[in-house]
Design a protein around this ligand. Structure first.
Ligand SMILES: [Zn+2]
Length: 391
């Protein structure tokens, strides 16, 4: 927790009132104490370090509310096969599970810390990290522990999610495995998990299996989230509504009825546009269905080796804007306030007085350039808890 005055901000977005030009932000002990015009900076702030933004636009730090950042190995062959159009069989999640199980704790910690550091370099200040490449109780707990430790090393606000229900491991009986996932919930809680997620889809877990796992997770005090309606329409969005999940993610096959139900139940709709590109499904229209139904939207990277090898929130935001058709403000809100809502946090995603001192300096004097200028480093500096990092 640090104190910092960010001065000479070209345009300041706080999500409380209009953008302030030539602005300043005062962070005291990691918390936003004051924002306004630089010329109105209060006197008597004491001996607080100053950061000159050099006219850069400043936004609240990005909240990446859906990642699978703990893995080992590569899915290079899947990628090469997919883009060559050759007849190939994807190695899929099971190959990543094998490589992750084969890696040592220290190897996983180094790989994960590197990824989270890269996320922070692109402006992420809060990240959700799922397990899901261990698929035994012991391995899953280890991945949750790695995620928490890596988050600390990368200086990111990190929350972890137990995703034992990612896929049924090869050679396992489904019913036995679902029992094991349910039986592992206390260990996941002990390992610091705040959330339980289920990949509910054709080829993954059924509605009944998801309902059982998530209902039990709630009894253990975990918050609920779901991979829903990604590969097919299964009714997962309606289940997310029934269970009052914090977030339903993907939603490529969502219907207008589903979208209205999600909005009414205050389930955040998390968009992961990098997956639509990377998997070459090229499905984008669900974003506007969800927006038009009044859903709170979040944007996340879904950082994972097979379908979204991407640590950059600006890249995900550019796709949400340009491919999914969201306007600039909707996109920026979804990447900040929306992610916060998906994690049920009110202290992040905005820069109101009392918010966490997490912000990004954009490599431009206008925040819309994060979306409009492709292929560059969109963020020049990230501040977490009032500590400037990188640059
Ligand atoms: Zn995912």
């Amino acid at each position: 927790m640090a104190s910092l005055i960010v001065r000479n901000v070209g345009r300041l977005t706080t999500w409380h009132g209009p953008v302030v030009e030539r602005a300043a932000v005062v962070i005291r002990d990691g918390v936003v104490e004051w924002t306004g015009a630089d010329a109105d900076l209060p006197a008597g702030l004491g001996d607080v370090p100053e950061l000159d933004a050099g006219g850069a636009a400043v936004l609240p730090g990005f909240v990446d509310s859906h990642t699978h950042a703990v893995w080992a190995g590569s899915r290079r062959e899947d990628f090469v096969g997919r883009v060559s159009g050759a007849d190939y069989s994807p190695h899929g999640i099971s190959s990543t599970v094998a490589a992750t199980r084969a890696a040592s704790y220290d190897e996983l910690l180094a790989l994960t810390t590197e990824r989270l550091t890269e996320m922070r370099r692109h402006g992420t200040t809060t990240v959700e990290v799922k397990s899901g490449y261990g698929l035994t109780p012991g391995e899953e707990v280890q991945l949750l522990t790695v995620a928490r430790q890596a988050g600390g090393l990368a200086q990111l606000d990190t929350t972890t999610t137990y995703l034992g229900a990612h896929v049924v491991p090869a050679g396992r009986d489904r019913a036995d495995y679902v029992d094991e996932v349910v039986g592992s919930l206390p260990a996941a809680v002990d390992a610091g998990a705040h959330w339980c997620d289920v990949f509910c889809d054709d080829g993954a877990f059924s509605l009944d299996e998801a309902r059982r796992i998530l209902t039990s997770a709630r009894e253990h005090g975990l918050g609920l989230r779901m991979h829903a309606e990604q590969l097919s329409h299964t009714g997962a969005a309606q289940l997310a509504t029934e269970l009052r999940c914090a977030s339903a993610d993907h939603l490529d096959h969502v219907t207008e009825d589903d979208a209205r139900a999600l909005a009414a139940a205050d389930v955040v709709a998390t968009l992961v546009p990098v997956v639509s590109l990377y998997s070459r499904s090229m499905r984008w229209s669900h974003a506007r269905i969800l927006r038009d139904a009044g859903c709170t939207l979040a944007i996340a990277t879904d950082c994972n080796p097979g379908t979204a090898w991407c640590e950059s929130m600006p890249y995900a935001m550019q796709l949400a804007c340009l491919a999914m058709g969201l306007d600039v403000e909707t996109t920026l809100r979804a990447a900040t306030l929306g992610g916060a809502a998906a994690l049920r946090r009110t202290d992040i995603g905005h820069l109101g007085v009392g918010a966490k001192g997490d912000l990004v300096l954009v490599s431009s004097d206008h925040e819309s350039d994060v979306l409009g200028h492709l292929g560059t480093q969109a963020v020049i500096q990230t501040v977490v808890d009032g500590c400037p990092i990188g640059g």
